[in-house]
Ligand binder design. Structure first.
Ligand SMILES: [Ca+2]
Ligand SMILES: [Ca+2]
Ligand SMILES: [Ca+2]
Ligand SMILES: [Ca+2]
Length: 258
């Protein structure tokens, strides 16, 4: 009470403030007192930490932002994902249109499966957008076949059989691997039934990228063609007899075409 009175004297409290002249904890008087901790409706006080409605106080803490993308929880459209990432530059945040789970690969490799003889792990040290709070998929092709192989990470999405889609991803080939025939590729395989079951149609592929140490973009537009699901593959090509080959993938996207 002593401190509250001192504050009140220092700012020359007027009758507009609370009659008790004390540091309020939950008033709604709309006046410019100080020392409040949870009021609302003030317009110029200081020292608040959890109020709302202020326009010019200085001690408010930033509103909660659990996923750290700069958008407060209260207005965050995509919890766990970066709201403003639009890697395909169509004007719609990727997180709002992506049919894939965990396309941004921010915290783990969840929802991505490894093909046989491939391994898929989360790599926190790299990201297609150089976001230190995000990561990428590190895919290793460890096949020992006598012929070239293309293997990697995969995920299934259901489709509307009458519509067109766009599949895309960023891909990074660490240096020293083109010399042994390595490359990166996006492949789409469509299935007659939901859940990537039933007869599969001929695979659709991007060309194989063999640019090292830069984030290339892999992209392919395709029609569902009456099929009800598709499996996206993010693949690393390996020639016959060399050791393991590694590629990085990020910002994977499958979305409807307009
Ligand atoms: Ca957020
Ligand atoms: Ca978000
Ligand atoms: Ca987009
Ligand atoms: Ca990422």
């Amino acid at each position: 009470m002593k401190r509250a009175l001192a504050l009140c004297l220092a700012i020359a409290c007027t009758a507009a403030d609370d009659a008790d002249k004390a540091a309020d904890t939950d008033d709604t008087d709309g006046a410019s007192d100080s020392g409040d901790t949870s009021d609302s409706g003030d317009t110029s006080d200081s020292g608040d930490t959890s109020d709302s409605g202020d326009t010019s106080d200085s001690a408010d803490t930033d509103p909660p932002d659990a996923d750290g993308d700069g958008v407060p929880d209260a207005t965050d459209a995509c919890p766990g994902e970066v709201d403003d990432l639009d890697d395909d530059q169509n004007g719609t945040p990727d997180c709002e249109e992506n049919l894939l789970d965990n396309g941004q690969v921010r915290a783990d490799g969840a929802s991505w499966e490894a093909e046989t003889d491939a391994t898929v792990v989360f790599d926190a040290s790299v990201d297609a957008g150089a976001d230190a709070a995000s990561g990428a998929l590190r895919v290793t092709n460890g096949a020992s076949a006598a012929a070239p192989t293309e293997l990697g990470a995969t995920q299934c999405v259901d489709l509307d059989g009458a519509k067109d889609y766009r599949a895309a991803a960023r891909a990074f080939l660490p240096s020293g691997q083109v010399a042994i025939g390595a490359g990166l590729q996006l492949v789409v395989v469509r299935y007659a039934d939901a859940g990537c079951t039933g007869l599969d149609a001929a695979p659709l592929s991007t060309s194989i990228v063999q640019v090292e140490d830069t984030w290339s973009r892999l992209e392919r537009v395709f029609g569902a063609g009456g099929n009800l699901s598709a499996r996206l593959f993010l693949r690393v090509r390996k020639s016959a007899s060399d050791g393991d080959v590694v590629g990085l993938f990020d910002n994977a996207l499958v979305r409807l075409e307009p």
